[in-house]
Design a protein around this ligand. Structure first.
Ligand SMILES: [Zn+2]
Length: 444
């Protein structure tokens, strides 16, 4: 039994109690928080580790609820196109994916994990193929993750059979991870891009068989609803309801153009909308109706999307973008208060991933997934201890994060990675990127 006492920090617990301790302590036993409180109640006794956190702000780790980590390899290679449309995606990313090989995936994923750890994300939801290469890297990084095997069929029955068999084998393998930090989910790409009704149904059945959730792209533009109206005579959400896809937890990346008439239905299902404001803005897409969906009772969380769309993993910057875009869309200052944005990036992300009992706030009994930020860093003075929320969302960025812990284990300590060899991954990726471009150019 290992114990760690962190004390002297400004602690934001978030969660229902929403406690703030000006000079607080947090006690960890193995992988869980066992006590949190004010300096006046500081526990006595001996602890394996005792750390003075003066000039640190401590809070729950952030949850990035939508990304594709292998795509760090493609950063900068899809500029000037919208990946929110079928044409944009197919003519840029797909040409790269066709020449990408499994050996290029580990360095790309390691870089994605490093950037998230560095900027305060402790849990993420990934969706991609090559999951056999993704899992070991995420395991080694120490991050918590829900990894969805992405099925791409593009109307090819051979690809469909092969991908569904891979998905089944992946979910079977992931049964061995039960109780660990990593879960396996199902990743239908998107309704109108390449997943047919047969595939969607097969994916739903596999999700049910293994008790997994689904991670899909939905309503990036009106293109999908037009397709579904033409094909099925109903909206994409209604079609998914018909197929029973909301029987399992489902996270829907983007959710920009879901018709308002479907919001009530979605609020009654285990459905979460994942807003990726930075990606939307870069794609020239509409602003997601975050305020409206939240008011309708839909769980809305935040994701970065891939780094061709974004192009970074900093969830603090993403929170700021979400908050500002919501005010801009609603034409109302304060339309999305900072405290609510923080909830979207913590508790709502946890709920989307089915992890609300384990993470999302600093309540005793929950997993010790915490981050600390440097209060001495320039840019957020004066920091009111009764409302640090606005500063966190509107004044700073992820480079203020000094320490990141998951499951009671430090993944970054005093800005030093503990589980990742970032420089080696960058060197490997430079070679992979050169080879990728060489192959793409030979192909065209
Ligand atoms: Zn995406």
């Amino acid at each position: 039994m290992a114990t760690t006492l962190l004390y002297n920090a400004l602690i934001l617990c978030l969660g229902e109690k929403d406690q703030i301790f000006d000079r607080g302590y947090l006690l960890i036993e193995d992988d869980r928080i066992i006590a949190v409180g004010d300096a006046a109640q500081l526990p006595s006794g001996t602890f394996d580790e005792r750390i003075d956190c003066a000039n640190r702000l401590m809070m729950p780790g952030l949850v990035n609820a939508h990304t594709h980590t292998p795509m760090t390899l493609f950063r900068g290679l899809a500029e000037g196109v919208s990946l929110f449309t079928l044409d944009g995606w197919y003519n840029s990313i797909r040409t790269l994916e066709l020449v990408m090989t499994p050996d290029m995936v580990p360095a790309a994923v390691e870089i994605g994990c490093a950037e998230m750890i560095r900027t305060g994300t402790t849990t993420f939801a990934d969706q991609y193929f090559f999951m056999e290469q993704v899992v070991p890297v995420v395991r080694q990084s120490g991050m918590r993750a829900v990894l969805a095997y992405g099925v791409v069929e593009l109307n090819d029955p051979v690809a469909r059979e092969r991908e569904l068999a891979h998905l089944d084998a992946f979910l079977e393998d992931m049964q061995g991870e039960k109780g660990s930090r990593i879960k396996g989910w199902v990743g239908p790409h998107a309704f109108f891009v390449d997943n047919s009704v047969e595939t969607m149904l097969a994916e739903r059945n596999l999700a049910q068989k293994y008790g997994a959730g689904l991670h899909i792209h939905l309503s990036t533009t009106g293109e999908e609803d037009e397709f579904c109206q033409r094909q099925f005579g109903r909206t994409a959400a209604q079609q998914m309801e018909m197929l029973g896809m909301f029987d399992q937890p489902l996270i829907a990346a983007h959710s920009v153009t879901i018709p308002e008439q479907d919001w009530r239905l979605l609020s009654q299902r285990p459905f979460s909308a994942i807003t990726c404001a930075g990606a939307s803005m870069r794609a020239g897409a509409d602003a997601a109706p975050v305020v409206g969906m939240r008011t309708a009772g839909i769980n809305v969380a935040i994701g970065t999307d891939n780094v061709c769309n974004n192009n970074d993993y900093d969830l603090f910057i993403e929170m700021r973008t979400v908050a500002r875009l919501a005010c801009y869309r609603e034409r109302r200052p304060g339309a999305l208060p900072a405290r609510e944005v923080l909830e979207m990036a913590t508790a709502n992300g946890a709920k989307a991933l089915g992890l609300q009992a384990e993470i999302g706030d600093l309540t005793p009994g929950k997993k010790a997934d915490i981050i600390m930020l440097d209060r001495d860093e320039i840019g957020w003075s004066p920091l009111p201890t009764n409302d640090p929320f606005t500063a966190l969302v509107h004044s700073i960025n992820g480079s203020y994060v000094t320490d990141t812990m998951v499951d009671g284990v430090w993944l970054m300590r005093n800005r030093q990675f503990q589980t990742i060899d970032y420089r080696a991954a960058v060197q490997k990726q430079a070679k992979d990127a050169a080879e990728l471009i060489r192959r793409r150019n030979n192909n065209t």
